[in-house]
Design a protein around this ligand. Sequence first.
Ligand code: GTP
Ligand code: MG
Length: 616
Amino acid sequence: MPRLALVGAPNCGKTALFNALTGSRQKVGNYAGVTVERKVGSAITPAGRRVDIVDLPGTYSLRARSPDEEVTRDVVLGRHRAEPAPDLLLVVADSVSPQSGLRLAMELRKVGRPMILVMNMIDIARHRGIGIDIAGMARLIGVPVVAATAVRRGGQDELWRALDAALAEGLAAPGLNRWAEPDGAELRRIHREVSGLIAATVTEPARPDTRTARIDAVLLHPVWGLAVLLGLMFAMFQAVFTGAAPVMDLIGSAFDGLGALAGQALPRGLLLSFIQDAVIAGVGGVVVFLPQILILFLFILLLEDLGYMARAAFLMDRIMGGAGLHGRAFIPLLSSFACAIPGIMSARVIDSRRDRLTTILVAPLMTCSARIPVYTLIISAFIPARRVAGVFDLRGLVMFGLYAAGIAAALGVSFVAKRLFWRDRPAPPFMLELPDYKMPRLRDVAIGLMARAKMFLKRAGTTIFAMTVLIWVLATLPRPPDGATEPAIAYSFAAIIGHWIEPLMAPIGFNWQICMALVPGMAAREVAVSALGTVYAIQGDEGALGHSLSTHWSLATALSFLAWYVFAPQCVSTLAVIRREAGGARWMWLTFGYMFALAYAASFVVYNVAVALGWG
Ligand SMILES: Nc1nc2c(ncn2[C@@H]2O[C@H](COP(=O)(O)OP(=O)(O)OP(=O)(O)O)[C@@H](O)[C@H]2O)c(=O)[nH]1
Ligand SMILES: [Mg+2]
């Protein structure tokens, strides 16, 4: 089967095209560096030919400088371990600013593989009044050129026709690969050639578009821009708290109803306990947080599609640079708000190994969405729903503070890491292409939200469920001895394990229930919520978990628990990815060690200060 590879500069629409051609739903976003690994799909052309298509990370040249670009280079040159050399290169260029795409196309001609040049985003170019002489371009470059709109139905028709034409002729056997890393003279030659090509085939509009520049005058302004960024983040956390409540209540009462139903239908016993204490109080207790997670992602996805994220990176570059973080670390750290795993993987776009390692080291400190259930549970149980200064919701403020603590810790740790590990290094230059603003596409946002929801529910159904069952078993067995005076759970394995860890955690105010929840909580942070739900439900507490917590825990313990979750390395999958991406267990253990130490220290301080304030 013929294999096609999508190659092009970052953010030119390769993945959007991949999705359109193959019907896949890979992530697209309006910033450079969305795709960091290869993705394979297949498609059937209008003439009925099956082809495999590979989507690749964006790159400006085959002179790969970062791990994501190496993937593209290796696949294109046929050096990739797991990927056969492509039979045809679909070289994608952005019609609105075609220089970088055309330069890459010129370089790729040397590889000697058949190729089709796709001038993508032709819809925007036309709208702006940019004219492109497609036929003239094809003549000058000597390969087929087609115009395309990746995101519109029917926007790929010309490409399909060109593909079928190329396949019908039978793809030419690859010619000689004459590619060598271009030197200065070669780069200048390519630059001249592309300038000539553009002069001959691209006409600029009579009136240049100034909208982007006008918006950027505000959003990139050192004062106004930062104010907008802060305001956006703030609005996000307020919305997470206030917007989700009605839906959460609905899900919560649905689970309560199920519990009551089970209580009527089943006799008292182990099965009923399993359903009420493990499934409903445990897993159900985590699932209610889905609306909050989706609201957070709605914000992030909209801002990503709008083209705002690269601007935010630009604004943060000064602050991040002061802390020793590369400007390119912004997107990986931002992705870590979703989950540290894709965040750590997107650090592949950073070319210097040291900068990449620093980013990987601090990424788990960014507040991932798995912490949302933990934070919300504790905040709702212990922080009153009060207005501050008339407008702010106190709970939203605390949430904002926890996120801010994570960010501050990331900046602090990278500052220290830079001083400790690689002191004598000049600050690397940060080049960033600011994408054009685009209206977010509802379909993409909806797909993104669905993907998130699916991922969350899948976790709830697998990892979290499995861990909750484990907790339920440990909290139920062994049965109490005859004549037992205390509640049954006091004799269980859970209590034994919890009491065993308790002395270590007593200085930070953790009781045995928390201690025991932390162990399976390594599988995923939300497990802490389901584990506590199950333990307190088995213990015989009626009603919502938040209510049990506020009767059994002191405020000092609750605050200490929050502080713990800001820093603690409570996620084995993250640690495993760090090991893989950093290339060694050393970095994984380093991350585990420093996060554990930070968590313990922070909880210790928070607990003792709170006790001193009389909140013990
Ligand atoms: N209007 C319009 N928007 C497009 C078109 N193609 C892509 N986009 C948008 O452009 C942005 C970038 O698209 P992606 O497909 O993620 O770009 P990419 O080349 O895969 O980017 P990297 O993976 O970062 O290299 C997204 O916001 C897309 O929705 C197009 O033909 N027309
Ligand atoms: Mg992509």
